[in-house]
Design a protein around this ligand. Structure first.
Ligand code: HEC
Length: 150
């Protein structure tokens, strides 16, 4: 009995170590493995980890504040951006004609296309950002942005 309990402890410890080692990247490898071979956009959305998305926003934060009332920097304040019409995050910001021409609202799908490759969605946009190639990273980022201002 005691020996069994000991084995249980070792297993629990191994599981804990696995969980902790996954923390740094939001358990990305595990989440990716669980997605299977041909994940859909909905699959990525379901697997999204907003805590990891918060860290990924560091790539945006140099240009974009994301808090109520914050002044625009190189880019507009993105607080509450999800669901808003495109090019309306800030009333003061001077958007490019390219972005204004996109139209519609910031759905998760549109945000995914934008963050993947801004110049593909809006050629000649003034957002100087190369994009995030990994769909799971984009899903993480969008899941976090959805929590900022809703
Ligand atoms: C080098 C500065 C810079 C970086 C880095 C940057 N952006 Fe931007 N962003 C801009 C600028 C400038 C615009 C306005 C683009 C235009 O008008 O064409 C913009 C516009 C946007 C908009 C449209 C806002 C609206 O009102 O519709 C979104 C959404 C956005 N950025 C998200 C992001 C995200 C998410 C990241 C990080 C993954 C990011 N940006 C990284 C500068 C930046």
């Amino acid at each position: 009995m005691t020996a069994m309990r000991g084995v249980g402890c070792v297993i629990a410890l191994a599981a804990l170590t696995l969980t902790l080692s996954g923390c740094g990247d939001g358990g990305r490898a595990e989440r990716r493995a669980a997605l299977g071979p041909n994940p859909t956009f909905a699959d990525y959305r379901k697997a999204a980890d907003p805590a990891h998305g918060a860290r990924l926003f560091n790539a945006c934060a140099g240009c974009h504040p994301i808090s109520p009332g914050a002044l625009d920097r190189g880019g507009p304040n993105l607080f509450g951006i999800m669901g808003k019409p495109v090019a309306t995050a800030s009333r003061r910001f001077g958007y490019s004609g390219a972005l204004r021409a996109v139209g519609g609202r910031w759905t998760p799908e549109l945000m995914d296309r934008w963050v993947a490759d801004p110049r593909k969605l809006a050629p000649r946009t003034s957002m100087n950002f190369q994009g995030i190639g990994d769909p799971l990273d984009r899903a993480d980022l969008i899941a976090w942005m959805e929590t900022q201002g809703r």
